[in-house]
Design a protein around this ligand. Structure first.
Ligand SMILES: [Zn+2]
Length: 182
């Protein structure tokens, strides 16, 4: 008699559980591309360059962030002493001194090889960065803006990336706005 009651209680509890609605994962979470391009853009916000802020994020083939970078002067070269000017003599403008975000991200990586990695960048890589990307073994470049597409530096860059078999494609903006307080 006692034995029978126990069995019945178990049956009831199993039935109740099966009627409960399953909780589904949330929708609207960031896609990998949104996430990594978002990290690249946010890295660019660290740049002290008053005219151009470019950010980069390098990820492994299995979507792990390996490195990040933004455009700026090398270590020890003061942001307050070196020039940010765009016009003037060679030594008084920024171009001789600034390291681009892609090269910074490559050089910042201390974990070994970047072979097969994917690079997200907010502006198409210049020819100098393309050389570093190719030599580092990076196989894919995802870029946002290509506003200097007609410049010789970008044309040379694409020529080298094509020759080296580095795939590149433009990030497809989703129009999602991300805002948060820090
Ligand atoms: Zn560059």
């Amino acid at each position: 008699m006692r034995y029978k009651i126990v069995i019945r209680q178990q049956y009831v509890s199993i039935e109740l559980r099966s009627k409960r609605r399953k909780v589904m994962k949330r929708s609207g979470y960031l896609s990998w591309d949104e996430y990594f391009m978002g990290v690249a853009i946010m890295s660019g916000m660290r740049s002290k360059d008053p005219n151009s802020q470019v950010g980069c994020c390098i990820v492994s083939e299995d979507n792990k962030i390996l490195s990040m970078g933004y455009n700026g002067f090398p270590k020890g070269c003061s942001d307050d002493e070196f020039p940010w000017d765009r016009e003037g003599s060679d030594l008084e403008t920024k171009y001789f001194y600034v390291t681009h975000s892609e090269l910074n991200a490559i050089l910042n990586y201390r974990g070994g090889s970047l072979e097969g990695a994917k690079l997200y960048v907010s502006l198409f890589p210049c020819n100098e960065c393309a050389k570093a990307i190719i030599q580092a073994g990076i196989k894919t470049v995802v870029y946002d803006s290509d506003k200097y597409a007609l410049s010789p530096a970008t044309i040379a860059s694409k020529r080298m990336l094509d020759a080296a078999g580095v795939r590149y494609y433009q990030y497809a903006r989703t129009g999602r706005k991300i805002s948060f307080e820090v």
